[in-house]
Design a protein around this ligand. Structure first.
Ligand code: G6P
Length: 609
């Protein structure tokens, strides 16, 4: 998704802006641009494609300056083109970069056209540049013009603005799209993600909703939505805000292999040797969880799949009815909220527009409380929820989510157990058993990662395939969905997942030797049913690839290739069976030569609707 970097310094800021943009590349984008003000001139460079292409463009120009704004764009309004790339400029004097969507841009654009403004792009963002220029004609300062402009916007924005006539001033604004200030010595910076600032400063300020900030080289001041000057806390960005590939070929592979550590970190202080510790969620948590009679889980993408697994766990362990829904659907229907319902959002980034909108709705919809399970401590969802449980995956850079998913799963199993405990459904013996399974998860995942070589060999069978079918039952059905999502995201092979019992209701028609069927088969109560489903596929000439517990008795034979998964309790199996599916998608993508960490058309953090 779009990224912003801006700087006001006493040196040329273009290298800082480019380095910042490179650090935001993982978010996904299709074009990039930079504008600087220097020596009475506003200069602009934009390029379609990667930041490297922008760098090439800059190498051939004299775009240099001590005040600058830069952007990576992920197209929403208007095609991918240089003309639509940011920064957008008005009257050769105001330049703007924008993340988000201005929903009422058409009305504002009409007014500005009537005022004589000529639009050169198809973007909503160009409207912002012209409106600020328009306001600047009647406002005493750039700050006042930005404040007057943002008051007219409906939608979401993170903005950085500069003007030719005010070379000592950078103005930024945030509403629904994150922005962070970076404080230097005699220089200040802004970015949409702290990762872009780490090379220049560790001292950061997270802007809050509705904030507008004015930065000079020596000073910074934040104003709230009412225009009042406000104090904002200065944080120290930690090393964990920075990420590198650490010797791995791709971030995704590194993140897959980090899962044992991430799971162990996520469990820390939330379990003792034989008990769950719900108080670790904060002072209000125990009472709220004990009162919950229903749970609504809302999320997008991979996080939604984690929510689907949680439904099985929470209903089993806590006996509480659970509804799991895609945020983009939930936010636009008439939701009935039964009394004492806990509202849960799941999100790696904590900034996904649909999930955040659902949370905003939920806050006034009569829920008992809102809980977010999130991987980003400074995110909007964490700030705006009553309770937060942090997944401690660390920065996840690969667009395809891996460690964020398994740490969400382990967090949800913790929550399911805590609900069961506080609602008196889980005996102490069962609680101790659950804790023992939880604490084995990092080791089991470590063992599952040893399947890497075997899966690499397996992946060769998939490289020339156009389609794949994933099957699972019970908690493994959402895991099959996640496996299919991973494969399509990074290898571009069309993949679908079905609950194995649904096979006979349609997908069976697709089975032939060109449609590999991948099956997740732990040794559980549903095994016999699953085995019958496999026979049905085999009888139709299908090729089966089964990840099976050695105790299942499923053996490799013609048309069935079995890869053994270590034995484990069924409760923890969704976490562990995810690993081979992640590795399979990774190795197939390598064979296909796709861009593993930044797959085409996708973004890491989707902050627009
Ligand atoms: C994007 C990412 C997915 C992610 C989804 C939800 O589509 O590419 O990996 O699952 O957003 O993101 P969230 O940050 O809310 O978990």
């Amino acid at each position: 998704m779009c990224g912003i970097v801006a700087a006001i310094a006493q040196r040329d800021v273009t290298p800082i802006l480019l380095e910042g943009l490179k650090r935001l590349e993982y978010r996904g984008y299709d074009s990039a641009g930079v504008a600087v003000v220097d020596n009475g001139a506003l200069q602009l460079a934009r390029a379609v494609g990667k930041v490297a292409a922008l760098q090439d463009t800059l190498n051939n120009t004299a775009v240099r300056g001590a005040l600058g704004i830069a952007h990576t764009r992920w197209a929403t309004h208007g095609e991918v083109s240089e003309r639509n790339a940011h920064p957008h400029v008005s009257s050769q004097r105001v330049a703007v970069v924008h993340n988000g969507i201005i929903e009422n841009y058409a009305t504002i654009r009409e007014m500005l056209v009537a005022e004589g403004y000529v639009f050169v792009s198809e973007t909503d963002s160009e409207t912002i540049a012209h409106l600020i220029d328009f306001e600047l004609r009647r406002c005493p300062s750039l700050l006042a013009a930005v404040q007057a402009a943002v008051a007219q916007f409906k939608g979401a924005y993170g903005l950085a603005v500069m003007a030719l006539d005010t070379p000592d001033e950078l103005v930024v604004a945030r509403s629904g799209s994150p922005l962070v200030l970076g404080l230097g010595i005699g220089e200040n910076f802004v970015a949409s993600d702290v990762a872009a600032l780490v090379p220049v400063t560790q001292r950061v300020v997270f802007l809050q909703e509705g904030d507008v900030a004015q930065l000079s080289r020596e000073t910074w001041q934040v104003f709230d939505a009412q225009g009042e000057a406000v104090e904002r806390v200065v944080h120290e960005a930690s090393q964990s805000d920075v990420a590198d590939r650490g010797g791995y070929r791709h971030y995704m592979l590194k993140e897959i292999f980090e899962q044992p550590r991430a799971l162990a970190d996520t469990l820390q202080e939330r379990i003792s040797h034989d008990a769950l510790l719900p108080q670790s969620l904060g002072p209000a948590a125990e009472k709220l969880l004990a009162t919950a009679e229903n749970v609504h889980i809302v999320a997008c993408g991979t996080s939604y799949h984690a929510g689907m697994v949680a439904r099985y766990w929470i209903e089993t362990l806590a006996g509480v009815p659970v509804n799991v829904e895609l945020a983009s659907e939930y936010r636009y229907r008439d939701v009935v909220v039964p009394s004492n319902t806990l509202f849960v959002t799941l999100s790696q980034s904590g900034e996904t527009a649909d999930t955040l909108a659902a949370l905003h709705f939920a806050k006034s919809a009569g829920y008992l409380a809102t809980l977010t399970i999130c991987n980003s401590a400074q995110s909007s969802m964490v700030r705006e929820s009553d309770l937060a449980m942090m997944t401690r995956a660390g920065p996840e850079i690969g667009v395809a989510s891996t460690k964020a998913f398994t740490t969400q799963l382990i967090s949800l199993l913790l929550i399911a157990g805590m609900l069961g405990k506080l609602r008196g459904r889980l005996t102490s013996a069962r609680e101790a058993e659950l804790v023992s399974h939880l604490s084995k998860a990092p080791g089991l995942v470590e063992d599952a990662l040893k399947m890497d070589k075997a899966i690499q060999a397996l992946s060769e069978d998939f490289a020339d395939k156009q389609h794949a079918l994933f099957l699972g039952r019970g908690t493994q059905f959402p895991i099959a969905m996640e496996g299919a999502l991973k494969l399509k995201e990074i290898s571009y092979i069309h993949a679908e997942a079905y609950a194995a019992g649904e096979l006979k209701h349609g997908p069976l028609a697709l089975i032939d030797e060109d449609m590999p069927t991948i099956v997740v088969a732990p040794n559980n109560d549903l095994l016999d049913k699953l085995k019958s489903n496999l026979e049905v596929v085999r009888a139709r000439g299908g090729q089966l690839y089964v990840f099976a517990d050695a105790d299942t008795g499923i053996r490799s034979e013609p048309a069935i290739r079995v890869t053994a998964v270590p034995h484990m309790d069924d409760l923890i199996a969704p976490v562990v069976y995810t690993i081979p599916l992640q590795l399979l998608a990774y190795h197939v993508a390598i064979l296909k030569g796709t861009d593993v960490d930044q797959p085409r058309n996708l973004a890491k953090s989707v902050t627009v609707e």
